[in-house]
Write a protein that binds this ligand. Structure first.
Ligand code: HAM
Length: 420
Protein backbone atom coordinates (compact mmCIF):
# COMPACT_ATOMS: atom_id res chain seq x y z
CA UNK A 1 0.00 0.00 0.00
CA UNK A 2 1.32 3.45 -0.83
CA UNK A 3 1.92 5.90 1.96
CA UNK A 4 0.27 9.31 2.22
CA UNK A 5 1.88 12.71 1.95
CA UNK A 6 0.79 16.17 3.01
CA UNK A 7 -1.35 17.71 0.23
CA UNK A 8 0.38 19.88 -2.37
CA UNK A 9 1.20 23.33 -1.08
CA UNK A 10 1.04 22.29 2.56
CA UNK A 11 3.58 21.08 5.06
CA UNK A 12 3.59 19.69 8.56
CA UNK A 13 5.00 21.39 11.59
CA UNK A 14 7.02 18.87 13.54
CA UNK A 15 9.37 19.13 16.52
CA UNK A 16 11.84 20.66 16.99
CA UNK A 17 10.97 23.29 14.30
CA UNK A 18 7.37 23.58 15.45
CA UNK A 19 8.65 25.31 18.61
CA UNK A 20 9.77 28.21 16.41
CA UNK A 21 6.23 28.66 15.06
CA UNK A 22 4.79 28.72 18.55
CA UNK A 23 7.39 31.30 19.59
CA UNK A 24 6.60 33.50 16.57
CA UNK A 25 2.85 33.35 17.26
CA UNK A 26 3.49 34.23 20.88
CA UNK A 27 5.84 37.11 19.99
CA UNK A 28 3.21 38.64 17.70
CA UNK A 29 0.38 38.11 20.17
CA UNK A 30 2.17 39.46 23.27
CA UNK A 31 2.24 43.16 22.31
CA UNK A 32 -1.43 42.93 21.23
CA UNK A 33 -2.55 41.42 24.54
CA UNK A 34 -0.60 44.14 26.35
CA UNK A 35 -2.41 46.80 24.32
CA UNK A 36 -6.01 45.92 25.05
CA UNK A 37 -6.71 43.47 22.23
CA UNK A 38 -8.96 40.54 23.25
CA UNK A 39 -8.67 37.09 21.72
CA UNK A 40 -11.25 36.01 19.15
CA UNK A 41 -11.64 32.69 17.36
CA UNK A 42 -13.97 32.10 14.43
CA UNK A 43 -14.76 28.97 12.37
CA UNK A 44 -12.37 27.75 9.70
CA UNK A 45 -15.13 28.11 7.10
CA UNK A 46 -17.81 30.69 6.41
CA UNK A 47 -20.61 31.40 3.97
CA UNK A 48 -18.86 31.90 0.63
CA UNK A 49 -20.79 35.15 0.14
CA UNK A 50 -19.08 36.73 3.14
CA UNK A 51 -15.75 36.64 1.31
CA UNK A 52 -17.23 37.41 -2.12
CA UNK A 53 -18.75 40.60 -0.73
CA UNK A 54 -16.07 41.39 1.82
CA UNK A 55 -12.79 40.60 0.09
CA UNK A 56 -14.19 41.50 -3.33
CA UNK A 57 -15.57 39.77 -6.42
CA UNK A 58 -12.71 41.05 -8.56
CA UNK A 59 -9.83 39.84 -6.40
CA UNK A 60 -7.69 36.81 -7.18
CA UNK A 61 -8.52 35.53 -3.72
CA UNK A 62 -12.24 35.28 -4.50
CA UNK A 63 -12.11 34.44 -8.22
CA UNK A 64 -9.28 31.90 -8.18
CA UNK A 65 -8.06 30.99 -4.74
CA UNK A 66 -10.98 30.00 -2.55
CA UNK A 67 -11.57 26.44 -1.45
CA UNK A 68 -15.33 26.23 -1.77
CA UNK A 69 -17.67 23.40 -0.93
CA UNK A 70 -21.34 22.60 -0.91
CA UNK A 71 -22.58 20.89 2.23
CA UNK A 72 -25.02 17.99 2.20
CA UNK A 73 -27.62 20.54 3.26
CA UNK A 74 -26.86 22.67 0.21
CA UNK A 75 -24.96 25.53 1.91
CA UNK A 76 -22.15 27.13 -0.05
CA UNK A 77 -19.14 27.45 2.22
CA UNK A 78 -15.52 28.47 1.76
CA UNK A 79 -12.46 27.68 3.81
CA UNK A 80 -11.41 31.09 5.10
CA UNK A 81 -8.80 32.72 2.84
CA UNK A 82 -8.25 35.55 5.35
CA UNK A 83 -9.44 36.67 8.76
CA UNK A 84 -10.82 40.20 8.55
CA UNK A 85 -14.24 39.48 7.06
CA UNK A 86 -14.81 36.63 9.53
CA UNK A 87 -13.75 38.66 12.56
CA UNK A 88 -15.98 41.57 11.59
CA UNK A 89 -18.86 39.18 10.93
CA UNK A 90 -18.38 37.64 14.37
CA UNK A 91 -18.09 41.03 16.11
CA UNK A 92 -21.33 42.20 14.48
CA UNK A 93 -23.09 38.94 15.31
CA UNK A 94 -22.07 39.22 18.97
CA UNK A 95 -22.98 42.93 19.02
CA UNK A 96 -19.54 43.76 20.39
CA UNK A 97 -19.82 47.16 18.73
CA UNK A 98 -22.92 47.97 20.78
CA UNK A 99 -21.28 47.48 24.16
CA UNK A 100 -20.37 51.17 24.16
CA UNK A 101 -16.68 50.58 24.09
CA UNK A 102 -15.24 51.46 20.70
CA UNK A 103 -12.93 50.53 19.19
CA UNK A 104 -13.51 46.83 19.64
CA UNK A 105 -9.92 45.55 19.63
CA UNK A 106 -9.46 41.88 18.74
CA UNK A 107 -6.59 39.57 17.93
CA UNK A 108 -6.60 36.10 16.38
CA UNK A 109 -4.32 33.31 15.30
CA UNK A 110 -5.08 30.48 12.96
CA UNK A 111 -4.98 28.64 9.65
CA UNK A 112 -5.99 30.17 6.32
CA UNK A 113 -6.42 28.55 2.93
CA UNK A 114 -5.75 29.83 -0.58
CA UNK A 115 -5.55 27.75 -3.71
CA UNK A 116 -2.36 29.41 -4.98
CA UNK A 117 0.53 28.17 -7.07
CA UNK A 118 2.82 26.86 -4.33
CA UNK A 119 6.38 28.08 -4.03
CA UNK A 120 8.73 28.95 -1.23
CA UNK A 121 6.82 31.20 1.17
CA UNK A 122 3.53 30.67 -0.64
CA UNK A 123 1.37 27.82 0.58
CA UNK A 124 -2.18 26.62 0.25
CA UNK A 125 -2.47 26.31 3.99
CA UNK A 126 -0.72 28.98 6.00
CA UNK A 127 -0.85 30.61 9.36
CA UNK A 128 -1.54 34.19 10.38
CA UNK A 129 -1.71 36.16 13.58
CA UNK A 130 -3.94 39.18 13.06
CA UNK A 131 -5.41 42.18 14.83
CA UNK A 132 -8.51 44.24 14.07
CA UNK A 133 -9.61 47.49 15.72
CA UNK A 134 -13.26 47.98 14.86
CA UNK A 135 -15.50 51.03 14.97
CA UNK A 136 -13.20 54.02 15.30
CA UNK A 137 -11.72 56.45 12.82
CA UNK A 138 -8.59 57.76 14.45
CA UNK A 139 -5.11 57.95 12.91
CA UNK A 140 -3.67 57.03 16.32
CA UNK A 141 -5.27 53.61 15.91
CA UNK A 142 -3.63 53.06 12.51
CA UNK A 143 -0.31 54.12 14.02
CA UNK A 144 -0.80 51.88 17.07
CA UNK A 145 -1.22 48.80 14.90
CA UNK A 146 1.80 49.51 12.72
CA UNK A 147 3.90 50.20 15.81
CA UNK A 148 2.78 46.94 17.46
CA UNK A 149 3.69 44.89 14.38
CA UNK A 150 7.06 46.61 14.25
CA UNK A 151 7.54 45.85 17.95
CA UNK A 152 6.62 42.19 17.41
CA UNK A 153 9.12 41.73 14.58
CA UNK A 154 11.84 43.52 16.55
CA UNK A 155 11.20 41.43 19.65
CA UNK A 156 11.93 38.37 17.51
CA UNK A 157 15.23 39.89 16.44
CA UNK A 158 14.21 40.69 12.86
CA UNK A 159 15.92 43.74 11.38
CA UNK A 160 15.88 43.46 7.57
CA UNK A 161 12.24 44.31 7.11
CA UNK A 162 10.76 47.49 5.70
CA UNK A 163 7.38 49.10 6.18
CA UNK A 164 5.66 50.30 3.01
CA UNK A 165 2.90 52.85 3.56
CA UNK A 166 0.23 54.29 1.32
CA UNK A 167 -3.22 55.85 1.37
CA UNK A 168 -5.89 54.55 -0.98
CA UNK A 169 -8.29 57.43 -0.38
CA UNK A 170 -11.93 57.05 0.56
CA UNK A 171 -15.30 56.73 -1.13
CA UNK A 172 -15.16 60.41 -2.09
CA UNK A 173 -11.78 60.69 -3.77
CA UNK A 174 -10.95 57.19 -4.91
CA UNK A 175 -13.68 56.93 -7.56
CA UNK A 176 -12.40 60.15 -9.16
CA UNK A 177 -8.88 58.76 -9.25
CA UNK A 178 -10.11 55.41 -10.49
CA UNK A 179 -11.72 57.02 -13.48
CA UNK A 180 -8.66 59.12 -14.30
CA UNK A 181 -6.52 56.01 -14.08
CA UNK A 182 -8.86 54.02 -16.31
CA UNK A 183 -8.79 56.74 -18.95
CA UNK A 184 -4.99 56.66 -18.88
CA UNK A 185 -4.73 52.85 -18.93
CA UNK A 186 -7.18 52.33 -21.79
CA UNK A 187 -4.71 54.06 -24.15
CA UNK A 188 -1.84 51.70 -23.33
CA UNK A 189 -0.66 48.65 -25.24
CA UNK A 190 -1.84 45.84 -22.94
CA UNK A 191 -2.99 42.24 -23.26
CA UNK A 192 -6.63 41.17 -23.04
CA UNK A 193 -6.56 40.06 -19.42
CA UNK A 194 -4.98 43.31 -18.28
CA UNK A 195 -7.55 45.25 -20.31
CA UNK A 196 -10.27 43.43 -18.43
CA UNK A 197 -8.58 44.29 -15.17
CA UNK A 198 -8.67 48.00 -16.12
CA UNK A 199 -12.45 47.85 -16.07
CA UNK A 200 -12.80 45.78 -12.91
CA UNK A 201 -9.93 46.80 -10.67
CA UNK A 202 -7.62 49.35 -12.37
CA UNK A 203 -5.49 49.97 -9.28
CA UNK A 204 -4.28 46.37 -9.50
CA UNK A 205 -2.73 47.13 -12.89
CA UNK A 206 -0.28 49.42 -11.10
CA UNK A 207 0.88 46.33 -9.23
CA UNK A 208 1.79 44.45 -12.46
CA UNK A 209 5.27 43.03 -12.10
CA UNK A 210 6.13 42.91 -15.84
CA UNK A 211 8.78 45.37 -16.98
CA UNK A 212 7.03 46.26 -20.28
CA UNK A 213 3.88 47.13 -18.33
CA UNK A 214 5.76 49.09 -15.69
CA UNK A 215 7.52 51.09 -18.41
CA UNK A 216 4.18 52.31 -19.70
CA UNK A 217 3.04 53.29 -16.22
CA UNK A 218 5.62 55.99 -15.49
CA UNK A 219 3.22 58.82 -16.34
CA UNK A 220 0.14 57.22 -14.80
CA UNK A 221 -1.93 59.58 -12.65
CA UNK A 222 -0.93 59.34 -9.02
CA UNK A 223 -3.42 58.66 -6.27
CA UNK A 224 -1.52 61.10 -4.08
CA UNK A 225 -2.60 63.95 -6.37
CA UNK A 226 -6.25 62.95 -6.06
CA UNK A 227 -6.58 62.48 -2.30
CA UNK A 228 -9.26 64.69 -0.79
CA UNK A 229 -8.28 67.06 1.99
CA UNK A 230 -9.66 64.79 4.72
CA UNK A 231 -7.71 61.76 3.45
CA UNK A 232 -4.57 63.81 3.00
CA UNK A 233 -4.75 65.21 6.55
CA UNK A 234 -5.50 61.75 7.96
CA UNK A 235 -2.52 60.23 6.17
CA UNK A 236 -0.17 63.01 7.26
CA UNK A 237 -1.23 62.40 10.84
CA UNK A 238 -0.49 58.65 10.60
CA UNK A 239 2.90 59.43 9.10
CA UNK A 240 3.71 61.97 11.82
CA UNK A 241 2.70 59.56 14.60
CA UNK A 242 4.95 56.83 13.19
CA UNK A 243 7.84 59.23 12.86
CA UNK A 244 7.37 60.40 16.45
CA UNK A 245 7.41 56.77 17.57
CA UNK A 246 10.70 56.26 15.75
CA UNK A 247 9.19 53.77 13.31
CA UNK A 248 10.84 54.06 9.93
CA UNK A 249 8.59 53.61 6.88
CA UNK A 250 8.71 54.17 3.14
CA UNK A 251 5.97 55.90 1.19
CA UNK A 252 4.93 53.50 -1.54
CA UNK A 253 2.48 54.91 -4.04
CA UNK A 254 2.17 51.59 -5.82
CA UNK A 255 1.05 49.65 -2.78
CA UNK A 256 -2.51 48.53 -3.56
CA UNK A 257 -2.88 45.18 -1.71
CA UNK A 258 -4.85 42.19 -2.95
CA UNK A 259 -8.11 42.74 -1.10
CA UNK A 260 -10.81 45.23 -2.13
CA UNK A 261 -12.00 46.42 1.27
CA UNK A 262 -9.20 48.88 1.94
CA UNK A 263 -9.65 52.61 2.32
CA UNK A 264 -7.13 55.24 3.33
CA UNK A 265 -4.17 53.73 5.23
CA UNK A 266 -2.61 50.61 3.73
CA UNK A 267 0.71 49.10 4.63
CA UNK A 268 2.86 46.08 4.09
CA UNK A 269 5.84 44.65 5.93
CA UNK A 270 8.34 43.28 3.44
CA UNK A 271 11.46 41.31 4.19
CA UNK A 272 14.42 41.59 1.88
CA UNK A 273 15.70 38.07 2.45
CA UNK A 274 12.67 36.26 1.07
CA UNK A 275 12.79 36.62 -2.69
CA UNK A 276 9.48 37.06 -4.50
CA UNK A 277 7.18 36.24 -1.57
CA UNK A 278 8.57 39.12 0.43
CA UNK A 279 5.44 40.33 2.24
CA UNK A 280 5.63 39.06 5.81
CA UNK A 281 2.54 41.00 6.82
CA UNK A 282 0.05 43.55 5.66
CA UNK A 283 -3.06 45.45 6.49
CA UNK A 284 -4.86 48.72 6.48
CA UNK A 285 -8.08 50.58 7.09
CA UNK A 286 -11.39 49.21 5.89
CA UNK A 287 -13.99 51.84 6.66
CA UNK A 288 -16.65 50.41 4.35
CA UNK A 289 -16.40 46.67 5.01
CA UNK A 290 -19.02 46.52 7.74
CA UNK A 291 -21.66 48.06 5.47
CA UNK A 292 -20.55 45.76 2.63
CA UNK A 293 -21.46 42.75 4.76
CA UNK A 294 -24.73 44.19 6.06
CA UNK A 295 -23.59 45.96 9.23
CA UNK A 296 -23.68 49.60 10.32
CA UNK A 297 -20.91 52.05 9.43
CA UNK A 298 -17.89 50.93 11.45
CA UNK A 299 -14.60 52.43 10.32
CA UNK A 300 -11.88 49.93 11.22
CA UNK A 301 -8.24 49.07 10.75
CA UNK A 302 -6.17 45.91 11.12
CA UNK A 303 -3.38 43.70 9.93
CA UNK A 304 -2.33 40.09 9.61
CA UNK A 305 1.22 38.84 9.85
CA UNK A 306 2.18 35.58 8.14
CA UNK A 307 3.69 33.15 10.60
CA UNK A 308 5.23 30.90 7.92
CA UNK A 309 7.00 33.80 6.22
CA UNK A 310 8.09 35.30 9.52
CA UNK A 311 9.80 31.99 10.33
CA UNK A 312 11.46 32.05 6.88
CA UNK A 313 12.56 35.64 7.52
CA UNK A 314 14.17 34.59 10.81
CA UNK A 315 16.03 31.85 8.96
CA UNK A 316 17.09 34.28 6.21
CA UNK A 317 18.57 36.62 8.81
CA UNK A 318 20.15 33.74 10.72
CA UNK A 319 18.28 34.65 13.90
CA UNK A 320 18.29 31.85 16.47
CA UNK A 321 15.35 32.25 18.82
CA UNK A 322 16.10 31.88 22.47
CA UNK A 323 13.67 29.01 22.98
CA UNK A 324 13.18 27.83 26.55
CA UNK A 325 14.22 24.22 27.13
CA UNK A 326 11.10 22.08 27.30
CA UNK A 327 12.33 19.59 29.88
CA UNK A 328 14.10 20.51 33.13
CA UNK A 329 14.40 17.10 34.71
CA UNK A 330 14.81 13.69 33.09
CA UNK A 331 14.30 10.51 35.09
CA UNK A 332 16.19 7.30 34.32
CA UNK A 333 15.03 4.21 36.22
CA UNK A 334 17.14 1.05 36.40
CA UNK A 335 14.78 -1.89 37.00
CA UNK A 336 11.06 -2.39 37.50
CA UNK A 337 10.82 -1.17 41.08
CA UNK A 338 12.77 1.98 40.17
CA UNK A 339 10.39 2.59 37.24
CA UNK A 340 7.42 2.66 39.58
CA UNK A 341 9.14 4.86 42.14
CA UNK A 342 10.72 7.29 39.67
CA UNK A 343 7.52 7.61 37.69
CA UNK A 344 5.90 8.65 40.96
CA UNK A 345 8.64 11.25 41.43
CA UNK A 346 8.11 12.57 37.88
CA UNK A 347 4.38 12.90 38.49
CA UNK A 348 5.08 14.77 41.72
CA UNK A 349 7.52 17.11 39.96
CA UNK A 350 5.03 17.84 37.20
CA UNK A 351 2.35 18.64 39.74
CA UNK A 352 4.81 21.03 41.37
CA UNK A 353 5.20 22.79 38.02
CA UNK A 354 8.60 21.33 37.08
CA UNK A 355 8.88 20.15 33.47
CA UNK A 356 9.91 16.52 33.76
CA UNK A 357 10.24 13.58 31.40
CA UNK A 358 10.97 9.90 31.80
CA UNK A 359 12.97 7.16 30.05
CA UNK A 360 10.13 4.96 28.85
CA UNK A 361 10.38 1.45 27.56
CA UNK A 362 12.93 -0.04 29.94
CA UNK A 363 16.05 0.93 28.02
CA UNK A 364 19.55 0.44 29.40
CA UNK A 365 21.42 3.19 31.21
CA UNK A 366 23.45 4.24 28.17
CA UNK A 367 20.52 4.72 25.79
CA UNK A 368 18.48 6.42 28.49
CA UNK A 369 21.27 8.87 29.28
CA UNK A 370 21.48 9.71 25.60
CA UNK A 371 17.80 10.62 25.64
CA UNK A 372 18.36 12.64 28.79
CA UNK A 373 21.06 14.60 26.97
CA UNK A 374 18.92 15.12 23.92
CA UNK A 375 16.03 16.40 26.01
CA UNK A 376 18.14 19.35 27.08
CA UNK A 377 17.22 18.70 30.72
CA UNK A 378 19.43 20.43 33.26
CA UNK A 379 19.10 17.56 35.77
CA UNK A 380 18.72 13.82 35.57
CA UNK A 381 17.46 11.53 38.28
CA UNK A 382 18.89 8.01 38.21
CA UNK A 383 17.80 5.25 40.58
CA UNK A 384 18.53 1.51 40.81
CA UNK A 385 17.81 -1.21 43.39
CA UNK A 386 20.57 -0.12 45.72
CA UNK A 387 19.49 3.55 45.71
CA UNK A 388 15.95 2.55 46.51
CA UNK A 389 17.12 0.35 49.37
CA UNK A 390 18.83 3.42 50.79
CA UNK A 391 15.78 5.61 50.11
CA UNK A 392 17.63 7.92 47.71
CA UNK A 393 17.92 8.81 44.03
CA UNK A 394 21.05 10.03 42.29
CA UNK A 395 20.68 13.65 41.16
CA UNK A 396 23.02 14.67 38.37
CA UNK A 397 23.65 18.22 37.21
CA UNK A 398 24.08 17.81 33.45
CA UNK A 399 25.97 21.09 33.14
CA UNK A 400 28.63 20.58 35.80
CA UNK A 401 28.54 16.78 35.75
CA UNK A 402 28.25 16.71 39.55
CA UNK A 403 26.21 13.89 40.99
CA UNK A 404 25.04 12.93 44.46
CA UNK A 405 22.29 11.13 46.41
CA UNK A 406 19.14 12.97 47.49
CA UNK A 407 16.56 11.41 49.85
CA UNK A 408 13.46 10.43 47.88
CA UNK A 409 11.21 12.57 50.02
CA UNK A 410 13.32 15.68 49.35
CA UNK A 411 13.68 15.43 45.55
CA UNK A 412 10.87 17.82 44.65
CA UNK A 413 11.93 20.44 47.19
CA UNK A 414 15.60 20.15 46.17
CA UNK A 415 14.83 20.55 42.46
CA UNK A 416 12.43 23.41 43.09
CA UNK A 417 15.23 25.16 44.98
CA UNK A 418 17.88 24.46 42.32
CA UNK A 419 15.69 25.44 39.38
CA UNK A 420 14.83 28.68 41.11
P1 HAM B 1 -2.82 39.47 3.20
O1 HAM B 1 -1.81 40.47 2.76
O2 HAM B 1 -3.57 38.76 2.15
O3 HAM B 1 -3.79 40.25 4.17
O4 HAM B 1 -2.12 38.40 4.11
C1 HAM B 1 -1.33 38.78 5.22
C2 HAM B 1 -0.07 37.96 5.29
O5 HAM B 1 -0.38 36.56 5.29
C3 HAM B 1 0.85 38.14 4.10
O6 HAM B 1 1.65 39.29 4.24
C4 HAM B 1 1.67 36.86 4.15
O7 HAM B 1 2.72 36.99 5.09
C5 HAM B 1 0.67 35.85 4.67
N1 HAM B 1 0.17 35.06 3.54
C6 HAM B 1 -0.83 35.38 2.69
N2 HAM B 1 -1.00 34.41 1.76
C7 HAM B 1 -0.07 33.46 2.02
C8 HAM B 1 0.27 32.21 1.43
N3 HAM B 1 -0.39 31.72 0.39
N4 HAM B 1 1.29 31.49 1.98
C9 HAM B 1 1.97 31.98 3.05
N5 HAM B 1 1.69 33.13 3.66
C10 HAM B 1 0.67 33.88 3.15
C11 HAM B 1 -4.86 39.70 4.79
O8 HAM B 1 -5.07 38.53 4.86
C12 HAM B 1 -5.73 40.73 5.49
N6 HAM B 1 -6.86 40.01 6.13
C13 HAM B 1 -4.92 41.52 6.49
C14 HAM B 1 -5.74 42.53 7.22
C15 HAM B 1 -6.23 42.44 8.48
N7 HAM B 1 -6.16 43.69 6.72
C16 HAM B 1 -6.89 44.31 7.63
N8 HAM B 1 -6.96 43.55 8.70
Amino acid sequence: MSTFQAPKGTYDLTPPDSAKFLAVREAIAAPLRDSGYGYIETPGFEDVELFARGVGESTDIVTKEMYTLTTKGGSQLALRPEGTASVLRAALEANLHKAGNLPVKLWYSGSYYRYERPQKGRYRHFSQVGAEAIGTEDPVLDAELIILADQAYRSLGLRQFRILLNSLGDKECRPVYREALQTFLRDLDLDEETRRRIEINPLRVLDDKRADVQKQLTDAPKLRDYLCDACRAYHEEVRALLTTAGVVFEDDEKLVRGLDYYTRTTFEFVHDGLGSQSAVGGGGRYDGLSEMIGGPALPSVGWALGVDRTVLALEAEGVELDLPVATSVYAVPLGDEARRVLFGVVTELRRAGIAADFAFGGRGLKGAMKSANRSGARYTLVAGERDLAEGVVQLKDMESGEQGPVPLADVAAELTKRLG
